[in-house]
Design a protein around this ligand. Structure first.
Ligand SMILES: C[S@@+](CC[C@H](N)C(=O)[O-])C[C@H]1O[C@@H](n2cnc3c(N)ncnc32)[C@H](O)[C@@H]1O
Length: 301
């Protein structure tokens, strides 16, 4: 935006560095304990300057970043941290025109960043099991003008995804390892998978699940951001930081029949193939059990 127009979002930063997101409208007023700011003082002018309340208190008016939009989002679930979202966008190789599945939508924090990455020609397919969260996310995305780039489903992903051959899939759910077969089926060959998990034991379970299936190039990471005190002649880190948000797991879909696995060292390759065989056997046994149960139910009294 070269100048601020009615309908634009603007970020006001207070002298004590509090941040407020406002939607500009002609004749509008924004009120705080420091006094009011008239939207008309911002409209028709470039952002990136100081505006004053009637009491003379100064606020910095800026164009909001994606991180500001996520931070200020009305929410009812834990929302993604900017540091993790940035890594997810990079690792899932998202840019305009790409397609990505996400679950769960939550309040739409990550969804809005995914939409901004793939728009205007790509698409986000986002699944959420809770009706209340689904409704909040829809409202949030609509308010930000992003709904037309997103398909929102109020569905449990245990039933699978509607899409196939998508570029990427990201899971922010408690037990992502339960849905890996659905993920594999929905991704295109070489497609990008990612998940966010708060605890290491969940990461271990997901790793076991990925290693038992045709996924490769697996990585586990965490992103730490250490902010600094803004004192040039005594520059040092802040005393506090976000020490833990979650662990990120990434992997790529590989072909089911790709058993050459030359990219894995010999010893690990054998273990990998063994796990795949065990997973196949378990799936066969589960299918046989289900069939036997069905037959029993079908026997007339
Ligand atoms: C931590 S929140 C997601 C937050 C979201 N990434 C954001 O940035 O706003 C996890 C969400 O996953 C949803 N969820 C959990 N299991 C699910 C499933 N099987 N299918 C669809 N949604 C699921 C939960 O209801 C919850 O809203």
């Amino acid at each position: 935006m070269s100048v601020a127009r009615a309908g634009d979002l603007a970020l006001l930063v207070s002298p004590d560095r509090k941040r407020y997101l406002i939607r500009l409208q002609a004749g509008g007023q924004w009120h705080s304990h420091r006094g009011a700011i008239s939207h008309d003082d911002l409209l028709g002018q470039p952002l990136g300057r100081t505006v004053h309340t009637q009491h003379g208190d100064a606020f910095l008016a800026l164009e909001p970043s994606g991180n500001d939009l996520v931070q200020e989002l009305p929410r009812m679930t834990q929302i993604i941290y900017g540091k993790d979202a940035a890594q997810i966008l990079l690792r899932l190789n998202l840019y305009p025109g790409r397609t990505v599945i996400e679950a769960g939508t939550g309040s739409g924090g990550l969804t809005l960043l995914l939409a901004r990455a793939i728009m205007p020609t790509g698409r986000v397919f986002s699944y959420e099991v809770r009706a209340d969260a689904h409704a909040v996310a829809r409202r949030n995305l609509d308010n930000l003008g992003l709904l037309s780039y997103v398909t929102l489903y109020n569905e449990d992903i245990a039933a699978g995804f509607h899409e196939s051959a998508v570029d990427a899939c990201f899971l922010d759910t408690r037990e992502p390892w339960l849905f890996l077969d659905h993920v594999w089926a929905a991704l295109k060959g070489s497609g990008f998978f990612g998940a966010l998990l708060p605890t290491t034991n969940q990461v271990s379970q997901l790793l076991q699940g990925l290693q038992a299936r045709p996924f490769g190039d697996i990585a586990v990471e965490e992103v730490l951001v250490r902010p600094y005190k803004l004192v040039p002649d005594r520059l040092r880190p802040e005393d506090r930081m976000i020490a833990h948000s979650g662990f990120l797991v990434f992997a790529r879909k590989i072909a089911a029949q790709d058993e050459s696995l030359r990219w894995i060292p010999e010893k690990k390759r054998r273990a990998y193939l063994g796990k795949q065989a065990m997973a196949r056997r378990e799936a066969e046994l589960a299918a046989q059990r289900e069939e036997a149960d069905d037959d029993e139910e079908a026997v007339p009294e």
